[in-house]
Ligand binder design. Structure first.
Ligand code: DC
Length: 223
């Protein structure tokens, strides 16, 4: 039987970097589900599909084929055959992803895809609704968070390091807006699952955060 670790939390809580490191240490496959929503946001952005028009986005889904491959331990996502792993990280695509993720047909489209990935292998899967909707029977559920200002500072440093021209204020405003969208949407909103362990990394650096999560995973999964 495979083991599933579900990690949910708001923007910039460090889910992907921490989950990736924990997966490496445990020999699990790391699955970043936000990348899938980003692919749909990217497709709409590049093809002039109005993301505020639900029926247009729904219609676009039949033109989208997604694929996920793990290369050297890193997840690559393919949109209609093209590796878009870098392009989906652009700031404008973050907001597009958040908006399309509120559309029920989009969530439905991605649900089975995500479940299939967890069915046959040990995974650490991160997102917003993994412990609540996608993998409600996951052996381990963690709600990873940190204060908004701390999360925004981390995201700002990341974007600047990648050469993006952004201000801290704009990153904080964007983060708060996305969290608001993700927490208040009607379908599968971001929230802590009843049986999830809360992990707050406000005062922790990267290594301590990884140690905290590894401890929780080992204890809960009986490793
Ligand atoms: O984790 P991320 O920032 O890459 O995710 C981008 C957006 O996708 C996020 O704002 C909300 C959405 N998302 C979601 O609704 N459910 C998930 N499981 C993962 C992401």
């Amino acid at each position: 039987m495979s083991i599933a670790v579900a990690i949910d939390g708001p923007v910039g809580a460090g889910k992907s970097s921490i989950a990736k490191e924990c997966a490496k240490r445990l020999g699990f496959i790391y699955v970043d589900t936000g990348a899938l929503y980003r692919c749909i946001g990217l497709f709409c952005d590049r093809n002039g599909v109005n993301i505020d028009d639900t029926s247009r986005v729904e219609a676009a889904l039949s033109h989208i084929t997604l694929d996920v491959k793990i290369k050297n331990g890193t997840q690559h996502v393919y949109l209609n055959g093209y590796d878009v792993s870098e392009e989906i990280r652009l700031p404008e695509i973050s907001m597009a992803a958040s908006k399309v993720s509120a559309i029920p047909a989009v969530r439905e489209y991605l649900l089975q895809f995500q479940r299939d990935m967890a069915a046959s292998q040990n995974v650490i899967m991160d997102g917003r609704d993994i412990g609540t909707v996608v993998l409600p029977n996951a052996e381990v559920k963690i709600y990873l968070t940190a204060d908004a200002e701390v999360r925004a500072k981390r995201r700002y440093d990341e974007l600047i390091a990648k050469g993006n021209n952004v201000t801290f204020e704009s990153v904080l405003a964007d983060l708060n807006q996305r969290d608001h969208n993700d927490m208040t949407r009607e379908i599968a909103p971001l929230k802590q699952a009843d049986d999830a362990v809360l992990a707050d990394t406000t005062k922790l650096d990267f290594d301590s955060s990884c140690d905290l999560l590894i401890g929780i995973i080992k204890e809960k999964a009986g490793l």
